[in-house]
Design a protein around this ligand. Structure first.
Ligand code: ATP
Ligand code: MG
Length: 258
């Protein structure tokens, strides 16, 4: 059983220490929801896991099946099965969705077999069509430039299309629900759930309990001041929806001195 372990993680951006001793373990097949007020460090965690160069790890470790993730380049992390869906996906004008995905798949396969010649186009087309149908995406998206002129919801769907095509072992979804209309929220969640059956470990960052009605978490964590300060079951999200974060701030005043 694969495991993503984050221990005592400290991360700074420039002079500012943002993550201050974060602990979290996600096993394959588990869904963890990560909640917490704006600015508590959720996206910072996501970027750090993917190896964004602006985020400096000053202390702690991140292990994927015992291997030190922090020593790896972003592409190696991806090859090892880590996937990040961004809160703000970037546009890549000039690169179509289909080309982007085919390149990503081939790169993954070459990491396993350097002799791999590339996925034959008919096989790739079939795969892409299957995944787009799963997410109820119009097939014309395949020929469009990645995220270029995509609506907010379309970008989020495109992120999940990448997730579905690459089939990672661990996925971090950073506010994938924001900007989705009610139907899209259901479709995207069903897409994630379909993958979860195949032993995907998921860390879903969200502000709203609503998403968790569709993607049902096994565990819910609350971040405050750069640390996970509360962990519990799905009830914790319901409790937050009802009562907000004040009680968390009061209970953990030391984590977020105002
Ligand atoms: N490049 C940067 N330079 C300086 N400070 C930064 C930078 N990026 C993030 N921060 C700060 O780090 C803190 C955590 O930001 P982060 O984006 O991780 O929060 P978040 O929990 O994802 O919030 P939200 O719920 O609003 O998405 C914030 O105070 C933010 O201003
Ligand atoms: Mg964020």
């Amino acid at each position: 059983m694969s495991e993503l372990q984050i221990r005592n993680l400290h991360v700074s951006i420039g002079e500012n220490l943002i993550l201050k001793g974060l602990d979290l373990t996600v096993k394959q097949g588990e869904i963890h929801a990560l909640m917490g007020p704006n600015g508590s460090g959720k996206s910072t965690l996501a970027y750090t896991l993917m190896g964004h160069p602006s985020y400096e790890v000053t202390e702690g470790e991140v292990l994927l099946d015992g291997e030190n993730l922090l020593e790896m380049e972003p592409d190696q992390r991806s090859h090892l099965g880590l996937f990040l869906a961004f809160q703000y996906p970037v546009a890549i004008p000039g690169v179509t969705v289909a080309n982007f995905l085919r390149t990503a798949i081939n790169s993954h396969r070459r990491a396993i077999d350097p002799e791999y010649k590339g996925m034959p186009i008919p096989e790739f087309r079939k795969l892409l069509k299957e995944k787009m149908d799963l997410l109820q995406m119009d097939h014309s998206f395949a020929g469009r430039y990645l995220n270029d002129g995509f609506s907010g919801g379309e970008k989020k769907r495109a992120e999940i299309l990448q997730l579905a095509t690459l089939e990672p072992r661990f996925a971090v979804l950073d506010e994938t629900d924001s900007g989705l209309d009610i139907d899209a929220l259901r479709t995207v969640s069903e897409g994630v759930n379909a993958l979860q059956g195949s032993d995907l470990g998921v860390l879903v960052i969200t502000h709203y309990q609503r998403l968790l009605n569709y993607i049902k978490p096994h565990y819910v964590h609350v971040m405050l001041g750069g640390r996970v300060v509360e962990s519990g079951g799905p009830d914790l999200a319901l409790h937050l929806e009802e009562r907000g974060y004040d009680w968390v701030r009061e209970k953990h005043a030391e984590a977020d001195p105002a």
